[in-house]
Design a binder for this molecule. Structure first.
Ligand SMILES: [Fe+2]
Length: 189
């Protein structure tokens, strides 16, 4: 279930607030300048390939491209049996920024974005139907969990806009990670 949890930068091991109210999550993120929307889910076979995912969501992809001028689109996904899952989880689990917006539309499974805005970390566990756009330059990280399972459509404006610029801030290690069951503990272990 889509979940928003807030952590204070000064005490990052303990959640300040948690909600699964979709309207409240949308409003909270939109007020921060983060595009977040919940779109209807279309039926998709388990293990659907990229072409099938893009064909299934063609109207949504076309709408986003027309609205925002995204030049390219692809599909990223992982399953819990992926042999490189641990390495793939590590790739963007530390705080970083991008020159371009990071746009993800989740069509299966889930993943957690952590947005470091001001003195708070806003953790958003995204699920199927969730569209999130992390604004360019926003300090953030992403955790797919130890048993990752998700499929997401990615939209890009520039060919190298997705390159991660790592901040070296240790905060990302202090905030609770996504667990195997997709839950996030309220307290750090
Ligand atoms: Fe990122």
């Amino acid at each position: 279930m889509t979940t928003l949890t807030l952590y204070a930068e000064s005490a990052p091991s303990q959640a300040l607030l948690r909600t699964r109210d979709g309207a409240a999550i949308t409003q909270h993120l939109n007020q921060l300048g983060v595009r977040f929307e919940r779109w209807p889910i279309r039926p998709l076979p388990e293990g659907a390939d990229a072409a099938t995912v893009l064909a299934t969501y063609a109207p949504e992809v076309r709408q986003l491209q027309q609205e925002r001028g995204y030049l390219s689109v692809d599909v990223a996904g992982i399953t819990p049996d992926h042999p490189e899952r641990a390495a793939m989880r590590q790739k963007f689990i530390e705080e970083h920024t991008h020159a371009d917006d990071e746009v993800r539309f989740f069509v299966q499974g889930q993943g957690a974005f952590y947005l470091h805005l001001g003195d708070r970390v806003h953790q958003v566990v995204c699920e199927a139907g969730d569209l999130i756009s992390v604004p360019a330059g926003t300090r953030h990280w992403f955790d797919m969990g130890p048993s990752p399972r998700f499929t997401a459509i990615r939209l890009f404006r520039s060919p190298d806009g997705w390159v991660g610029h790592f901040t070296g801030d240790p905060l990302s290690a202090a905030v609770p990670r996504l667990e195997a069951d997709g839950e996030v503990p309220a307290h750090a272990a």
